[in-house]
Design a protein around this ligand. Structure first.
Ligand code: ADP
Ligand code: ZN
Length: 776
């Protein structure tokens, strides 16, 4: 399918008005409202030709001529009906074709996507196009086949069909009878098998027009995913403890009352939140309804999936490794109401469940629920809206809820459910903050300090397992010149290159640029660059040297490239074949191994010192989550957090398992600054090849927005512009500023009004990110 050129959108607006008066046709004009996947939020009107009128429904994907060249483009029908008098009298084009047999969106999903376009400042067409997986658009896993059927004798006028059939040669007669008996169209293979003949008689019958053929789309899904789980033995629900029971009862009341209530389920790690989810889902499934469970992609571990598969008959797992055809298969099954539970990452919030009964977001605080490309939606906010439209409850589960959700609890907009204790009264692990500023080993450039080393020794000798967490992959995060003090940067980004020793390459973790490292400093020419700092590769080397008698595995996105590699390592760890598991945030979440008696955080400061509004919140969350990986068995567990900022409140509160204390403190700071969640930000990011131009342009449009806000009497503040923390990324220079307001609607109103009139500057692009989570 050819795509129209980008400019045609604007050319289209300049089309001359229809010379014919509108009134001449309006009585029998039937129009479709169509949106396209373009950045401009506009609805186009098309005529619906007679044959398509009974078929075309809102939610259908269509093909329409677009732009001056009338090239065919895919679009989405968002409304159909007879033209009304107010229709603008421009020359109208006609819908060319309907692309799917059934609409892809129902009325509620159309409403939801319209809301997303408004809330995240993008076009309706962009949202709809993002919601439909590629595999559904290109009908992956289906193919066209030729099928045969008996021609209706009524259409063969003037012929005596029974007599013709009577006189057919035996083979042709067999074919004819086989088709009649089948009562449905058959493929050539099925037909020749049924009639026990070759293709010759079939072709002859077709020539005689006694039978006819047509093309039909059929499914040929591999469906490998489901087969792999078919053997899982079903398990009974657990007997809930008191806290779980209280939690479930509140949720059940909302389900039964068909209330769109939001619950913030704040339960410490290991408090048994998943069991509460499962039994709440059990209720809606018993009504024949479906549930959506969102989890961060990295938590979609085989262990987690198994927990749902062992409890429900039909679970669809939507993860990023699915093939197009698997995705299409799931979409069809979900839309047909055949799936009880949909478990997936961010985009699973759009699962086309026809009778949704419940939405759950586990690890609600995870930043991956925010999409970083247009439409830049946050799945949690979309879930709130969907729960409102569908009148179903929403559960936001976490040990460390976002301050955003927490403020809603304080303001009594959402309902708090607390699960403060671990199941079976297991104690929370003991978290020790280790000040490594004076540690001899750390000063010698080692990563495992004296205290952590001793702790590991004891844990391993007692037969326990150890998890070490370090949020930097690669060998060394910097190549540093002793002569001039500079580090080697990516030629395209303002980011230090990371040394990957296994590949002997210096790699940019932002754009994936890689090169042999220079032998001399690119800044001053001095020889002898030093590899400083530690990434997971170097840590692995150190662990193997210090604990040669124990087996150690590394999990980061470098070692976990292959499908199934995750499962392999985790299974080995679960089986006790691996003593020490080290890795990036990949191992911080969700893992539940009772034999892990020690968790070490190699460097708690990596997150803390980022120039980021959310640095404290993320540090707190991370330490609390990592700590949650231990003490899940009877042997108890200990956590060692190495830091050079031992008094930092985010670290101290996390060590005390004091979410309430942390929330109070951090919300206090945010309130003083009137920062989110007490206000909303929308971040405008500009980029271009020349720094001065980008800066000038940023000032210009920030100025325009500022003046417009005053004129429109909106309380929107403009913070910046300033260079973005990563000032250069993939060859482009970047500047940003924030639009800040207590009421997000004022930001939306301002941008909608001003954006179409903003000057365009050649080579400079800009985007807007409402409620950003990434400030870099
Ligand atoms: P969370 O999601 O809150 O971190 P989990 O749901 O993973 O906690 O539960 C931790 C462990 O406790 C799991 O192994 C789970 O099977 C077990 N568990 C949960 N609820 C119960 C219960 N009522 N009785 C016994 N074990 C339970
Ligand atoms: Zn780069």
């Amino acid at each position: 399918m050819s795509k129209p050129k980008q400019q045609s959108l604007f050319e289209d607006e300049e089309l001359p008005e229809d010379p014919m008066p509108w009134e001449r046709n309006s009585q029998n004009l039937y129009l479709a409202q169509i949106v396209l996947n373009r950045p401009v939020d506009r609805v186009f009107h098309y005529l619906v030709p007679e044959p398509l009128r009974p078929l075309l429904k809102p939610g259908h994907r269509v093909q329409v001529p677009f732009g001056r060249g009338n090239q065919l483009a895919p679009g989405y029908c968002v409304g159909v009906g007879p033209a009304d008098e107010n229709q603008p009298s421009v020359r109208l084009k006609s819908v060319d074709a309907i692309l799917d047999s059934r609409p892809l969106f129902n009325a509620k999903m159309l409403k939801l996507t319209r809301w997303i376009a408004d809330r995240y400042l993008c076009s309706w067409g962009q949202v709809l196009d993002c919601v439909v997986p590629a595999g559904v658009k290109n009908q992956a896993g289906t193919r066209m086949v030729t099928v045969f059927e008996v021609t209706d004798p009524q259409t063969l006028q003037g012929r005596n069909i029974p007599e013709e059939v009577e006189r057919l040669p035996a083979k042709q007669r067999a074919v004819y009878d086989a088709l009649k008996t089948a009562g449905q169209p058959l493929t050539m293979d099925a037909l020749t098998a049924a009639a026990d003949c070759g293709s010759g008689p079939v072709q002859t019958l077709k020539k005689k027009t006694l039978i006819r053929s047509h093309q039909k789309r059929v499914q040929q899904f591999e469906n490998g995913d489901d087969a792999a789980y078919a053997h899982i033995t079903k398990q009974d629900d657990l007997q809930l403890n008191r806290d779980q029971r209280l939690a479930l009862d509140q949720i059940l009341a909302a389900i039964r009352g068909q209330r769109s209530e939001t619950f913030v389920l704040q339960g410490v790690t290991g408090s048994g939140k998943t069991e509460v989810y499962i039994q709440a889902i059990r209720e809606v499934v018993s009504y024949g309804q479906q549930a959506i469970v969102l989890v961060p992609e990295i938590s979609l571990t085989p262990q987690a999936i198994q927990r749902f598969r062992s409890r429900f008959d039909s679970v669809a797992v939507l993860h990023s490794h699915l093939s197009d055809s698997d995705r299409h298969y799931h979409w069809q099954n979900i839309a047909a109401g055949k799936v009880q539970v949909i478990v997936g990452a961010r985009s699973a919030i759009f699962a086309p469940a026809p009778h949704l009964g419940l939405i759950i977001i586990d690890e609600e605080h995870e930043t991956s629920f925010k999409q970083e490309t247009a439409p830049r939606y946050h799945a949690r906010e979309v879930a709130r809206k969907r729960s409102e439209l569908e009148k179903v409850p929403l559960i936001l589960g976490s040990a460390t809820p976002t301050l955003n959700s927490w403020l809603r609890v304080i303001e009594k907009k959402d309902t708090l459910i607390s699960m403060p204790k671990r199941v079976n009264n297991l104690p929370m692990p003991n978290v020790n903050i280790i000040d490594v500023r004076n540690d001899v080993q750390v000063r010698r450039n080692e990563s495992i300090g004296r205290v952590l080393f001793t702790g590991m020794q004891h844990a391993l000798e007692a037969g326990g397992q150890v998890i070490l967490f370090l949020n930097l992959r690669g060998y060394s995060p910097a190549l540093w010149c002793k002569g001039c003090g500079n580090s080697v940067k990516c030629p395209h980004c303002e980011i230090s290159l990371t040394w990957h020793r296994d590949k002997s390459l210096a790699v940019c973790h932002s754009c994936d640029f890689s090169a042999k490292p220079p032998t001399n400093c690119p800044s001053c020419g001095a020889p002898g660059l030093r590899y400083v700092g530690t990434g997971t590769q170097r840590l692995e080397e150190e662990v193997k040297a210090k604990f040669p008698n124990y087996s150690c595995r590394r999990m980061d996105s470098d070692t976990m490239r292959g499908v199934g590699s995750h499962a392999k390592v985790l299974n080995a760890f679960a089986a006790g074949e691996v003593d020490i598991l080290l890795g990036t945030q990949m191992i911080a979440k969700g893992l539940d191994f009772p034999n892990v008696t020690l968790v070490g955080v190699i460097d708690a400061d990596t997150m803390l010192h980022q120039p980021d509004l959310f640095a404290s919140e993320r540090t707190f969350q991370l330490i609390a989550q990592v700590a949650g990986r231990t003490g899940r068995g009877m042997q108890g567990g200990r956590v060692f957090v190495q830091t050079t900022s031992p008094a930092e409140p985010a670290i101290v509160k996390a060590a005390e398992h004091d979410f309430l204390g942390f929330a109070r403190l951090e919300l206090g700071h945010r309130k003083e600054m009137l920062a989110p969640p007490f206000s909303h930000y929308a971040r405008v990011i500009l980029r271009g090849p020349q720094e001065e131009h980008v800066e000038q342009f940023a000032r210009q449009i920030a100025g325009i927005l500022h003046d417009a806000a005053e004129e429109m009497k909106l309380s929107v503040q403009i913070l910046g512009p300033a260079p973005a923390p990563i000032i250069r990324l993939k060859k482009y220079f970047r500047y940003h500023f924030q639009l800040a307001a207590v009421n997000v609607d004022e930001i939306l109103q301002l941008w909608r009004e001003v954006d179409p009139k903003l000057p365009r500057e050649k080579g400079i692009e800009y985007i807007i990110d409402v409620d950003p989570v990434n400030m870099r």
